[in-house]
Each structure stands twice: as structure tokens, then as C-alpha cells.
Design a binder for this molecule. Structure first.
Ligand SMILES: [Zn+2]
Length: 80
């Protein structure tokens, strides 16, 4: 079950709080619908990785970067 709230608050488009394992996505801070959906997905990735592996936000962002640029890593255009 997702616990990413849709809420108009804060300065960012979204945030995840490991201490409560909850996050929010703020449509008022997103540039368009794609940005809003991507924010929800981003905060959900934080939740899932935290719940399943106990990762930190920094580790999550590292993993997300690898996934986002996976084709370039596989082609050798980027190096780890
Ligand atoms: Zn993040």
C-alpha cells in the first residue's frame, strides 16, 4: 500500500520521510502532469527501497541515477 500523500505543502515537489515511512507529492510545485507523476514514482521508490532494504535517500538517488542512465552505462557511454 502506498503512503505517498497528495498534498499542497512545502517548498519541494515531493519529499519522503524515512522516520514515518510516508511521503508527499505536491502538485502545486510540479511543472506539469508528467512531473507530478514522476514525483509520485520517485517518492514511492524511496518508500519501497527503505522498506525492503533499509536504504538511505542518498543510496536511493544513486540507484535511481543508474536506472535513469542504464542504457548509457550498458553502452559504455557512462562509467560507474
Ligand atoms: Zn529523492
Amino acid at each position: 500500500m502506498s503512503v505517498i500523500d497528495i498534498d499542497v505543502r512545502g517548498e519541494d515537489s515531493g519529499e519522503y520521510y524515512p522516520s514515518t515511512r510516508r511521503g508527499y507529492a505536491n502538485p502545486a510545485k510540479c511543472t506539469n502532469l508528467d512531473d507530478f507523476i514522476n514525483t509520485i514514482q520517485h517518492e514511492n521508490v524511496h518508500l519501497i527501497l527503505d522498506q525492503e532494504f533499509g536504504t538511505t535517500a542518498e543510496q536511493d538517488h544513486w540507484a535511481l541515477n543508474i536506472i535513469e542512465w542504464s542504457e548509457e552505462y550498458l553502452n559504455g557511454e557512462k562509467k560507474l
